[in-house]
Design a protein around this ligand. Structure first.
Ligand SMILES: *Cc1c(COP(=O)(O)O)cnc(C)c1O
Length: 384
């Protein structure tokens, strides 16, 4: 599914010397590598503040803590997502309110959000699933109408660009260096964005890592404090915080990889275009639809299998030695841990169908035309 070894071989010198430098100066926590990374990522994304933390799940939790969300507050999120998004909501005593997704983009169906808003609703968490942005124009319109925070889960879409339809004051102006002022990076449109540097993510380190991004300087200060035990000055604690820091070795790895992120994005798009070309006219396959407002960074290449048994196809592929994954096999409302948040009568028809039909194919920065052809030929064979 991914090939981190070949990717590493190409940047071995930068990575090795970066890690060695951390070991030499022994500042394993809060080393100078962290700030360098935060500043470089902020300028890459065109956002005023990036705050590194320990992982993408913590980033979501810290965002919710920093916004002062209180037990009982309702948070709207898509039902078809990785569990982390819902988990932190429940952990903080907040109430996850699930919304079905769009059948083509796999992101939250913005037409369904308003029917789920109550007097207790405080925030919307759009997830930019598989590498492209949710319909942020609508998310921001609804959030502004109902006075809600927007926490963008950008764990799968770092570097994706969203082009807003109406550039009005709803979208805070960052230090964006985009020639087109209507283009914003995923995670930098709402109140706050969160991301993950889990090794297989588009910008992955060699362990766990995460970050938050925001154009709100006050919020950034609070986030930074919460990440470090709510500490304003050493041993002075203004907030209840957590211990969630990116360590210096991981920052060194990220400093070596960030300069390649654009090139990695291009390689993923190239592979996706080849998949589209070779699979697009097969009547058993629906290739991923591109959202016109967003670029796609193809964290996953996920298609839908119709008129054939997805699980059987996957099994046959495995027999041919070709890996594939089902992201995600079970929607949140059917998970035992989240049953209690599922109100009777609530149905999620699109997500239910996606869980039965989606299949993610190998996708990474080192894919060659030959590899894609090999996977596609095998897949077509398995559909016969
Ligand atoms: C990976 C992921 C996370 C969590 O990131 P970790 O660094 O693994 O904690 C959160 N949300 C989504 C959508 C993800 O894909």
């Amino acid at each position: 599914m991914v090939d981190l070894k070949s990717q590493y071989e190409k940047i071995k010198n930068e990575v090795d010397s970066g890690i060695q430098e951390v070991i030499n100066n022994t500042q394993f926590i809060k080393g100078p590598q962290i700030k360098v990374f935060e500043d470089n990522l902020a300028s890459y994304l065109g956002v005023r503040n990036v705050i590194a933390c320990a992982n993408g799940t913590d980033a979501l939790q810290i965002a919710m803590m920093a916004l002062g969300l209180k037990p009982g507050d309702e948070i709207i999120l898509p039902v078809f997502t990785y569990v982390a998004t819902a988990e932190v909501i429940a952990l903080l005593g907040l109430v996850p309110v699930m919304v079905d997704v769009d059948a083509e983009t796999f992101c939250i169906d913005t037409n369904l959000i308003e029917s789920k808003i109550s007097v207790r609703t405080k925030a919307i968490v759009p997830v930019h699933l598989f590498g492209q942005c949710a319909n942020m124009d609508e998310v921001m319109r609804i959030a502004s109408k109902h006075n809600l925070f927007v926490i963008e889960d950008t764990a799968q879409a770092i570097g994706a660009k969203y082009r807003v339809q109406n550039s009005d004051s709803r979208i805070q102006n960052g230090s964006s260096q985009e020639p087109d002022a209507r283009c914003h990076s995923a995670g930098c449109i709402g109140t706050v964005g969160t991301t993950s540097f889990f090794p297989s993510k588009n910008l992955g380190c060699y362990g766990d890592g995460g970050a938050l991004m925001t154009n709100d300087d006050e919020l950034a200060k609070k986030i930074r404090m919460i990440c470090n035990h709510g500490q304003s000055v050493q041993y002075v604690h203004d907030e209840i915080g957590v211990n969630s820091r990116l360590d210096s070795i991981q920052a060194a790895v990220l400093n070596a990889k960030l300069p390649h992120l654009k090139e990695y994005e291009n390689s993923r798009n190239q592979a996706a275009n080849w998949y589209d070309e070779l699979l697009g006219d097969n009547s058993n396959l629906i290739i991923p639809k591109r959202n016109q407002q967003s670029t796609h960074v193809f964290h996953q290449y996920t298609l839908k299998i119709v008129g054939a048994d997805r699980n059987l196809v996957r099994k046959k592929l495995a027999e041919k030695g070709i890996p594939s994954m089902v992201y995600y096999p079970i929607e949140l409302h059917k998970q035992k841990a989240f049953e209690k948040y599922h109100s009777v009568g609530d149905t999620f028809a699109v997500s239910e169908q996606l869980c039965q039909t989606v299949l993610s194919l190998p996708m990474h920065t080192e894919m060659t035309r030959e590899m894609v052809e090999y996977v596609c030929a095998a897949l077509i064979e398995c559909l016969k």
